[in-house]
Design a protein around this ligand. Structure first.
Ligand SMILES: N[C@@H](CCC(=O)N[C@@H](CS)C(=O)NCC(=O)O)C(=O)O
Length: 211
């Protein structure tokens, strides 16, 4: 039995893990699930009902993209995506949290936009949009035009940031991050040209409207 990863095609969190598995050349099987649909399997595997979820060879499940990637690190396959050195580790984790926060804000914008027109809160959309703008500016400032966020090879910081950028493009393409942050453009182009990213491009998916 191989590892199974429960994913949705647009999910930036699932993409982080899909890229990590590919970068490490770990074989796995993808299981599609739409966590917003009534027939979703996610709640039976993760009490939070969220994907991605890793189903390990002995059947136990690991959820939350950060924890899954931490688990993948224990399998001993290079490249090491989370540094062992404590200061570098905290830096990588901080950038990952920032990038994931941008993706979280985009998810909230998508969900709010799908509500019945008279229920949509413009204040809420503005609040989440401000997080996207501030998060992308902070990522740009932290990258400082370098090739990698931390150290001299790919880490989960780079993976999470590139996944967040592509997710912004997929869901809220009017965010003008390319004109504001040229350093992030070069970074995103470089990452997206890697086979692990090229094979996992986000594909938009219809969501059942929530009220
Ligand atoms: N912190 C989680 C976030 C995962 C997440 O928000 N997944 C979304 C899809 S992009 C989901 O499954 N949402 C379903 C729900 O909230 O009910 C991670 O990094 O894995």
């Amino acid at each position: 039995m191989t590892l199974k990863l429960v994913i949705a095609k647009p999910s930036p969190f699932a993409r982080k893990v899909r890229v990590a598995l590919r970068e490490k050349w770990i074989e796995y099987e993808e299981v599609m699930d739409v966590p917003w649909n009534p027939d979703t399997k996610a709640p039976s595997l993760n009490p939070l009902g969220k994907i991605p979820i890793l189903i390990c060879e002995d059947g136990h499940t690991v959820f939350d993209s950060s924890v899954i990637i931490e688990y993948l690190e224990t399998l001993g396959q290079d490249p090491q995506l989370i540094p062992r050195e404590p200061t570098e580790r905290v830096n990588v984790r901080q950038i990952e949290a920032l990038a994931d926060g941008v993706s979280d804000a985009v998810v909230l914008i998508v969900l709010e936009s799908k509500r019945r027109a008279d229920l949509i809160s413009q204040d809420w959309l503005t609040r989440q949009r401000a997080k996207v703008d501030a998060g992308l500016k902070a990522l740009s400032d932290m990258l400082k035009g370098r090739t990698w966020f931390v150290g001299d090879h790919i880490t989960v910081a780079d993976i999470a940031a590139a996944c967040a950028l592509a997710y912004v493009d997929t869901r809220i393409p009017d965010v003008a991050w390319r004109t504001k942050h040229p350093g992030l453009v070069a970074f995103s182009n470089r990452l997206e040209s890697r086979p692990s990213f090229a094979a996992t491009r986000p594909e938009p998916q219809d969501i059942v409207p929530l009220n």
